[in-house]
Design a protein around this ligand. Structure first.
Ligand code: NAD
Length: 188
């Protein structure tokens, strides 16, 4: 095995990646990772002023190719508009990474329905919307890989961390990913 085998294994040259939550934290770091592996990276987040432009500028300074798209994952029309731009610009989508999400812990007895619903809408429905919009373009170019960021909180409950809405949203992301894998595996 030559010494560059691992780099070749993860080589994303000429591939196009789409990252939600690309303006901060895990999404931002994975966007840098995709870019350093050679991918062109479409970076999606709520606003440009958060860290989104920093992500794009950093990738461009690395010599990579990155573009910013803004929108809310709660609205599939925003995602479809961004994916349509990706199609116009690159003609294809190979990899998607869905990291957009929020956490705002609150004891269940103090949580009002709107706080519950907001976390479910962003963390679970937002991932569903993202997967749908991404898969629609991936299908046109023969398939792709979708990676959803869930959490260990989707499997276990941390004693003292009172966030029933978050835990349930992440359990939903894990089972959504398995469900879509079953439905879409044969479509690549
Ligand atoms: N940080 C952790 O320890 C940890 C652990 C497990 C899982 N996670 C998960 O990883 C993901 C990223 O977490 P992070 O810590 O990097 O968070 P972060 O807050 O640093 O980044 C999340 C990004 O998502 C964006 N976002 C939020 N709501 C959005 C919406 N409606 N539409 C579009 N973009 C939106 C935010 O603007 C932000 O840029 C989340 O899904 C989180 O639940 C994080």
């Amino acid at each position: 095995m030559d010494k560059h085998f691992s780099q070749r294994l993860f080589d994303l040259s000429d591939r196009v990646a789409f990252v939600t939550g690309a303006g901060s934290g895990i999404g931002q770091m994975i966007a840098y990772g995709f870019a350093s592996a050679g991918a062109k990276v479409a970076c999606f987040d709520l606003r440009e002023d958060g860290g989104l432009l920093e992500t794009v500028n950093t990738i461009q300074e690395m010599g990579g190719s990155a573009f910013a798209y803004t929108g809310d994952v709660r609205d599939i029309a925003h995602l479809r508009a961004a994916i349509a731009e990706v199609k116009t610009q690159f003609g294809r989508l190979d990899v998607a990474l869905n990291a957009a999400g929020i956490a705002n812990a609150n004891p269940a007895l103090e949580m009002e329905p709107d706080q519950w619903q907001r976390v479910i809408d962003i963390n679970l429905t937002g991932v569903w919307n993202s997967c749908k919009a991404e898969a629609e373009l991936m299908l046109e170019s023969g398939g792709g890989s979708i990676i959803n960021i869930a959490s260990m909180s989707g499997v276990i409950v941390n004693r003292g961390l009172e966030q029933a809405h978050y835990n349930c949203s992440k359990a939903g992301v894990i089972h959504l990913s398995k469900s879509l894998a079953m439905e879409w595996a044969e479509k690549n």
